[in-house]
Design a binder for this molecule. Sequence first.
Ligand SMILES: Nc1nc2c(c(=O)[nH]1)N[C@H]1C(S)=C(S)[C@@H](COP(=O)(O)O)O[C@H]1N2
Ligand SMILES: [Mo]
Length: 259
Amino acid sequence: MAEEQVSEQQIRRRTMLSFIGFGLAAIVPFGLWKWIGTSPADAGVKRPLRRVLEANAGVGRGILSPTHLAPTFPKEQAAANPRVNGWDGIRSAVPAAQGYTVRVEQPGKPVLTVSLDEIKQLPKHEMIYEFKCIEGWSEVQHWGGVRLLDFVQKYGLGGKTGAATPDQPNNWYQYVGMETPDKGYYVGIDMGSALHPQTMLAYEVNGQPITGPHGAPLRLIIPVKYGVKNLKRIGTIVFTDERPRDFWAERGYDYFVGL
Ligand SMILES: Nc1nc2c(c(=O)[nH]1)N[C@H]1C(S)=C(S)[C@@H](COP(=O)(O)O)O[C@H]1N2
Ligand SMILES: [Mo]
């Protein structure tokens, strides 16, 4: 099936799911609504509502599969000067690409240090897709780097025994957490989304090394999530079953912010 047809079908499916969501919202009895209103808040969101958000994230995960790919575009459509948004964790001097290392942690394993040069040994992928910020803008952008999936395979990461593979979810750690070197920005991502074939450790934008404001020398590009999860300037990567802290979830946004 052509890629365009696939995405249209998925859009229809998702539209249907949101209608079901609205339909359910419409029949929530008033008593229940009052109960929601009087229950304690969790990160600024009433607890029953937070449960709904998390259930929705579950629905999202169900739809997510390696066959669900974000649409891609020809190079000519990519923004020449991609928009910049968000400076948390990247206000200090831009680290040099030369000699840059990422710290990788996993329970019961010694800390692993991987250099950018080593990461660049993995197969390079380029991707032109529509980056979406939760604040209401989107832009077709051109990123280059390696698949996070290839990275976990190469270094035997993400699984309770060995590397996490897409077909063995029972072996996965549930989350990957990422932080900037100064810990000023941090995200948590469910493993299914992390292992998606379009999720990338990116070191290039428009065929050139990533610039400071876009997260030099290495950032996360994850098309199945809104911009907030696309952490710039990766310092640490952690695989864990404990939900990693997340900068914007702590400020009231949905934890999963899936697309
Ligand atoms: N370190 C860091 N990464 C970040 C942010 C940030 O403030 N600090 N903002 C996020 C948000 S909200 C968006 S929309 C994207 C924007 O990426 P860009 O500046 O390359 O467009 O980065 C994400 N990653
Ligand atoms: Mo954003």
